[in-house]
Design a protein around this ligand. Sequence first.
Ligand SMILES: [Zn+2]
Length: 277
Amino acid sequence: MPIEYRACPDKLQVHAARFAHFALSLIVRLIDAGTNTYIVGRGPSRILIDSGEGRPQWIASIKSLLSSENITIDKVLLTHWHHDHIGGVSDLLAHLPNTKVYKNEPQDGWLPINEGQRFETEGATLRAFHCPGHTTDHMAFVVEEEDAMFTADNVLGQGTAVFEDLSAYMKSLDTMSKQFKGRAYPGHGPVIADGPGKIAEYIMHRKQREQQVLNVLAGNKGGEMGSMDIVKIIYKDYPENLWEPAERGIRQILDKLKQEGKVGQDNLGSLSGKPSL
Ligand SMILES: [Zn+2]
């Protein structure tokens, strides 16, 4: 497993692998407020994946790590546009102005990341893999030497992944799982030992939810239903304050089923979430 550090207000704490030596570790995970950033490589100049949300602890920890190990960062690869992944870029560039910043759909001054693009550093080759779903610009990276993948926010070490587009997300999960056989290094939460196994669980879970919605619609025998009506049936044993967040997920399932022609508008009175009574 990679060596791991937790960013703290005044000093770095080695979180795990306490006795592993930094220099022997191909991948270093730095945890800051639940968001992971990774330093990849074995040489004097390494690749950083993501940049945290811009907290002072994060850049302080990066500076401390780089100086204690006498290394630098020459490239930062950003997995997607969310602030908790790109927020530290300006602090990083203030410290290391020559670092190149890469992102799919780059901002001004940044460089693009394209499907299949390779990024090399001593000890590691990273292959970019476009996997929209969580966001449209979402990129994962296969570590060829480890047969592992940086999965960013499509697959998490803990909690539930969220996505903008369920249909794209499901296709991405399927294709991601075929790119590697080893660990998944997620954007949040601990490293996952069996990456493709975890992805298979995600796919199974999503398919079960989808089937539940289809069952509810079939049981309704053509009457009008809103997304909240479906929530009230599927989540009837859950506290009511969870119904509203659950409804967002149900609407995404309905959108996917409509795209696939599995439900028509005649099954659904309203997608606005208001009961259609
Ligand atoms: Zn995100």
